[in-house]
Structures are given as C-alpha cells and as structure tokens.
Ligand binder design. Structure first.
Ligand SMILES: [Zn+2]
Length: 129
C-alpha cells in the first residue's frame, strides 16, 4: 500500500460516482388490488384482483410512503434504484479506502512512500516546527 495507489483508487471511485445518474430511495413492487365495489369479481377471487399496479415504496420521516407509477416508468425507476445501490456501495468503498489511508498515516513517516504533495500530518508538523 502506498499513497499513489490510494489516490488512484480514490480517483477510480470518483469517476464511477460521476458516471451515475439519478438515484432514488426505496423499492418497486407489483400489486394486485381489490376495488371498493361490493359485487366486483375482485372480491370473490384473489386471482381476479385488479392490476398489475406498480408501486414505489420508500421511507419518509419513519413512515412508508407509496406512490403508484405508470408501467412505462417502471424501467426508469428500477434504473434509479440500481443507481442508488451502486451509489451506496461506492460510498462504502470510499469510506473503507479512507480507513486504509488513515491506517497508512499511522505508519512512521520513513515507512511511507510519499509522492507528490505533502500529507496533512507533515504539513501540521511543518507549522509546529
Ligand atoms: Zn374490483
């Protein structure tokens, strides 16, 4: 592990972040529903319920919010949900990389392969000294 490699990994992750599009929380589920009409076929048999309806579920202020979406928008919503999952995975990778970097800074300076700019720690030492 060296600083150049850590910076390169961070740059790769940043490029992946930039390439992501819109991201939304929640999930999409397909539902078959009963209507309010007493004599409707949907009241008699589960298989005769209305639908499919496409519902987007998400948490808003601790409660589940539901929004019905048009069938033609399902693909778009799924893409945005996939983007959010990729975004969350990328954020975790950056945080994990940061932990590696922090562990790297714990090494004595003579064991680090510092390249290019000074690291933050040596700048602080420079101010004190
Ligand atoms: Zn019905």
């Amino acid at each position: 592990m060296n600083q150049e490699r850590l910076e390169q990994q961070l740059n790769d992750l940043k490029k992946q972040l930039i390439s992501l599009g819109m991201a939304i929380p929640g999930s999409i589920q397909t539902a078959y529903l009963r209507c309010g009409k007493k004599n409707c076929r949907c009241q008699q048999d589960e298989k005769l319920r209305h639908g499919p309806y496409f519902l987007w579920y998400r948490r808003v202020n601790g409660k589940t919010a539901t929004q019905s979406i048009a069938e033609e928008d399902v693909h778009l919503f799924r893409t945005w949900i996939d983007n959010r999952e990729k975004l969350e995975a990328l954020v975790q990778k950056i945080i994990s990389l940061g932990a590696d970097y922090a562990a790297f800074l714990k090494l004595p300076p003579e064991n680090r392969k510092i390249q290019g700019t000074q690291c933050a720690e040596s700048k602080i030492k420079g101010i004190k000294g």
